[in-house]
Ligand binder design. Structure first.
Ligand code: AMP
Length: 413
């Protein structure tokens, strides 16, 4: 039997409807915050992510779908969206459009171990605000995320964790203190963390290894190494959240490992999805575009997993109930097509049963959840009337052609 590739799946019916609903609400809200859509290619050069994510990140070192194509190009199926947006900013010379606010959505690919809420092809929606170095940008991005979660009705099952990783100077000072502390307890660290001690010690702070967690609990706090400017920046973000009444919790262990990240980092998590608790994650990345070879351009943004938010939705978005057209006898087929088009033109969802007798077609109308049936018999058609049945009540009546649309409008479809 043909099966989808492990970690990928076909989105059907309610699940597909939930995905579209999440994307639609997010696009509308992002639009209200002044973000325009960008669609970048799924295929990018491997070099973009090696430079953009750093070759020590899990994504680049273990999870990328990377291959050499028939022309010898080193390509990947994109594992995330920010690097592509930053690449487009440089390729398209978008500097003149700064400040620039963009949102994107689409499939991402990571070769992780599949489980509930974790797929190898999954979908992200993200926003990026480029060209503004003030904390107002962080606040706007945070507010937009909050508003989307609110409009999707999932605020009750998520929590915002917030931290600052300071500016370059704060981090350099902290890195030194941290390495000194961790080196003293090296024997208790996991192998991965020992590897990271030289290259990327901040990453050890969010290790999931129980031994590491114990060591990290007593580690010096980053906030004690913040420069006054970095502290002021974070205070402004926190004050803004208070003004907007956006609930948050400061989590000193929340970090981003790569050098181009700075200041604000945040993540919405949930308890409702088992091990996969991350819903939306983001932060400030003032050094990324420069690291990719572009002009110095500050940036802040986030991405959420559409799949995970779709899982969190309490209800499937309703779809309009259809009007079923039921011709009786072959002679009514042409009239059926004509009435279907008239009703669709008037904005109704119409299902045309394709075969079977009256009873069979009525049964199908019920099965698809139709709200009304238009029954077209040859004798009635000759008299200029049709039978309309409201399926919720079973009430049926004869209606003249020119009253059909008005009658269907009175139903709650
Ligand atoms: P990240 O780019 O790793 O910060 O991920 C941003 C968001 O994408 C996460 O918070 C998840 O909601 C979602 N996500 C990341 N990886 C996966 C995956 N393998 N399957 C489903 N959703 C994912």
């Amino acid at each position: 039997m043909l099966q989808p590739i492990k970690g990928t799946r076909d989105l059907l019916f309610d699940e597909c409807r939930k995905h579209r609903h999440v994307e639609r609400v997010a696009s509308l809200v992002a639009g209200r915050y002044g973000f325009d859509e960008i669609e970048t290619p799924i295929l990018e050069s491997a070099g973009l992510f090696l430079r953009g994510l750093g070759d020590t990140s899990d994504i680049v070192s273990k999870e990328m779908y990377r291959f050499t194509d028939a022309g010898g190009d080193d390509l990947v199926l994109r594992p995330e969206g920010t690097a592509g947006v930053a690449r487009a900013f440089i390729s398209e010379g978008l500097q003149q459009h700064l400040p620039l606010k963009l949102f994107y959505r689409g499939p991402m690919f990571r070769r992780e171990r599949p489980q509930k809420g974790r797929y190898r092809q999954f979908y992200q929606f993200g926003i990026e605000l480029l060209g503004v170095e003030k904390p107002q940008a962080d606040l706007e991005v945070l507010a937009c995320g909050y508003r989307i979660l609110k409009e999707l009705g999932v605020l009750g099952s998520v929590k915002l964790h917030l931290n600052t990783i300071g500016d370059h100077e704060s981090r350099a000072a902290y890195r030194e203190k941290l390495v000194q502390y961790l080196s003293g307890r090296k024997g208790e660290l996991s192998k991965d963390s020992i590897d990271r001690l030289e290259r990327n010690p901040l990453r050890i702070l969010d290790s999931k290894d129980p031994g590491d967690i114990k060591v990290v609990a007593d580690a010096p706090a980053l906030k004690d190494s913040l420069t006054p400017a970095a502290r002021e920046f974070f205070d402004a973000v926190v004050a803004g959240l208070e003004v907007m009444k956006i609930p948050y919790e400061v989590d000193p262990k929340l970090v981003r490992g790569l050098d181009y990240y700075c200041h604000t980092v945040f993540e919405y998590t949930t308890d409702a999805l088992g091990a996969q608790n991350a819903v939306l994650a983001g932060g400030r990345y003032d050094g990324l575009i420069k690291d990719l070879g572009g002009p110095v351009t500050p940036g802040v943004g986030w991405a959420f997993g559409v799949d995970r938010l779709a899982h969190l939705l309490a209800a499937v978005p309703e779809k309009p109930r259809a009007v079923a057209i039921i011709p009786v006898g072959d002679g009514a087929d042409a009239a059926a097509v004509e009435w279907a088009e008239k009703l669709r033109t008037a904005g109704f969802t119409v299902e045309l049963g394709y075969s079977g007798n009256l009873a069979k077609r009525m049964k199908r109308a019920d099965k698809i959840g139709a709200g009304a049936a238009l029954i077209l018999g040859p004798e009635e058609l000759a008299r200029g009337v049709v039978q309309i049945k409201e399926l919720a009540t079973g009430a049926q009546r004869e209606v003249a052609f020119d009253q059909v649309i008005a009658t269907v409008k009175t139903f709650n479809l």
